[in-house]
Design a protein around this ligand. Structure first.
Ligand code: GLP
Length: 244
């Protein structure tokens, strides 16, 4: 695991942005896995700004979304599909056909997870997977208790996760379930980059750095990946001591 400590949130965001842009510039047909959440918002804003300025083209790249709520309409303002459409697809004039979204419409048939895994396989796997982290150490929507071998599946959201995300929904309308790539699916990506910013992530980051393969904090599973980069801002790193 490589840990990069930004001197500011802006610097941490720039590190992650550069990793994505460098990958696309050097390998235009890359397959990139995208995460959502507040943490990633400045990353997408920076990618859009830099890509438009430098005329970096994303037209040969393909993208997989990490997770999606179950039970929302595609165009729900708080769906992850709407999130990425407004933050990346529309500003860069990308085509929706360059994106794969967890197939929540297949949930009732029971084949949603298997279908998504097959799509990832057919795309040749994910080259670079962006990740955030939940305050309880979840990755995507792999909540505590998730297995290292887990694949794309329906997951029940924990009370902490629902509390952290309920601001995006009306009273009592927060979904209970999501379709999420599993830990095993994430670990199959060739490179993993996790960005954590803000004080609310400091405890989870401390836990990750001090534990291995601990199902109570799914992010600890990522440490066994040969190319895992953890990018932190000063607040997220405020409870750890990094020896130089
Ligand atoms: C969300 C998403 C994750 C995200 C995490 C942190 O619920 N499913 O992919 O990394 O929780 O979100 P935020 O960046 O808003 O703190």
């Amino acid at each position: 695991m490589r840990v990069i400590l930004g001197q500011s949130t802006k610097e941490a965001v720039e590190v992650v942005t550069s990793m994505v842009l460098e990958r696309i510039i050097s390998h235009p047909t890359s397959v990139i896995g995208l995460a959502t959440g507040k943490t990633m918002e400045p990353v997408y804003a920076e990618i859009v700004k830099d890509a438009l300025k430098a005329k970096t083209f994303f037209d040969k790249a393909f993208f997989f979304m990490l997770d999606e709520y179950v039970g929302l309409k595609d165009d729900h303002p708080s769906s992850f599909k709407t999130y990425i459409k407004t933050k990346l697809i529309d500003p860069l004039k990308l085509h929706e056909s360059q994106f794969a979204f967890p197939p929540v419409h297949l949930v009732s048939s029971g084949s949603a997870g298997e279908h998504y895994e097959q799509l990832i396989k057919e795309a040749g796997g994910i080259d670079l997977q962006l990740l955030g982290i939940g305050i309880n150490g979840h990755i995507g929507f792999n909540e505590p208790g998730s297995l290292k071998e887990s694949r794309t599946r329906i997951v029940e959201l924990t009370p902490e996760t629902k509390e952290a995300n309920k601001r995006h929904f009306g009273e009592g309308l927060m979904p209970d379930k999501a379709l999420s790539m599993g830990i095993g699916s994430i670990l199959d990506a060739k490179h993993l980059v996790l960005l954590a910013t803000g004080k609310s992530k400091a405890d989870a980051i401390k836990y990750v750095l001090n534990h291995h393969d601990d199902p109570s904090c799914p992010a600890t599973f990522l440490k066994s990946h040969p190319y895992f980069t953890l990018v932190l801002d000063p607040d997220a790193a405020s409870k750890i001591s990094l020896k130089i």
